[in-house]
Design a binder for this molecule. Structure first.
Ligand code: AMP
Length: 284
């Protein structure tokens, strides 16, 4: 079956209604497009687990701050559609902003607390935009399951929180981070890196690996972990650290003292003008 690219939310919703009436399951993979192997892994998983898969390709304006990269965000719908088709998805949902946020749009969904730390601290309103669009995507797609990457660990935690808090009737499936051969997490934003910056960017995963090794060696002090990762990041002159954090996996609160429960170790680092994130989860 060849892939359908649909921009009208009502058309996707009508198709989803048909599928549900036939007792068939639906998976949704929300993306901003310019798809790479990280996205591919989500789509593959969704195709394995559902009768039908909708991949949304939507650069969601309300999750970008005024000085962020909305206008220059990379796009390639033809390549995206080809990947979705090759992986066996049914629909690429590619709305215009006006299809999603019509005249008088005034409803938002906001998760408190865990959205104001880590990336939320420097990107006010970002997660409100993410949770609002995901709500719309879940309603439009009538999905049984939605697929998110652990690459955006805070986003995944926020979406899980929202689904629990609001009794939303779908399963959130987290998928492991897909990396380049040298360890850099795949990201559409890697396209912004020039060759020199691309080489320097390996410092993110390298520093996290040092941190992981420290934990494996038995160290439990959150501060020692932060210090080790920070020192490694600073060995790369092009790196400009936004945060290095060790937080509780559920509350996303900073761990004080020793690590005694599952943690998320997360970093945000600018290489040149490109802001990159990476993380790992650890259970002691
Ligand atoms: P984006 O298009 O960047 O908004 O990402 C769409 C989805 O793909 C999100 O759930 C991301 O977490 C996920 N994703 C992006 N990069 C990766 C990666 N390298 N590995 C796994 N999932 C990813």
């Amino acid at each position: 079956m060849s892939i359908r690219i649909i921009s009208d939310p009502a058309v996707v919703q009508a198709k989803a209604r048909e599928w549900k009436a036939a007792g068939e399951t639906i998976g949704i993979v929300p993306t901003m497009g310019f798809l790479h192997d990280g996205h591919r892994s989500l789509i593959t998983r969704a195709v394995e687990q559902n009768d039908h898969v909708i991949v949304s390709v939507f650069v969601n304006p309300i999750q970008f701050g005024p000085n962020e990269d909305l206008d220059k965000y990379p796009r390639d719908l033809d390549a995206d559609a080809a990947m979705c088709e090759a992986e066996g998805a049914d629909i690429v949902f590619h709305p215009e902003p006006s299809d999603m946020y019509g005249e008088y749009f005034s409803t938002h969904v906001e998760v408190d607390d865990i959205t104001s730390v880590l990336c939320g601290a420097s990107r006010p309103g970002h997660f409100r935009g993410v949770t609002t669009v995901c709500n719309k995507l879940f309603n439009i797609s009538k999905a049984d399951r939605a697929y998110f990457g652990e690459k955006d660990a805070q986003q995944l935690a926020v979406i899980r929180r929202m689904v629990r808090d609001l009794n939303m009737d779908l399963e959130i499936v987290g998928c492991p981070i897909v990396r380049e051969e040298d360890g850099l997490a795949r990201s559409s934003r890697n396209k912004y890196l020039n060759p020199e910056e691309r080489k320097a960017a390996v410092i993110l995963s390298k520093s996290l690996n040092k941190g992981k090794a420290l934990l494996d060696s038995g160290e439990r002090s959150a501060q020692a972990l932060i210090d080790t990762i920070t020192a490694e990041l600073k060995t790369e002159p092009m790196s400009d650290i936004e945060y290095v954090s060790v937080v509780d996996s559920i509350t996303l609160k900073d761990v004080e003292g020793d690590i005694t429960a599952p943690v998320l170790v997360a970093i945000a680092v600018r290489i040149g003008s490109t802001r990159l994130i990476d993380n790992f989860s650890y259970e002691v």
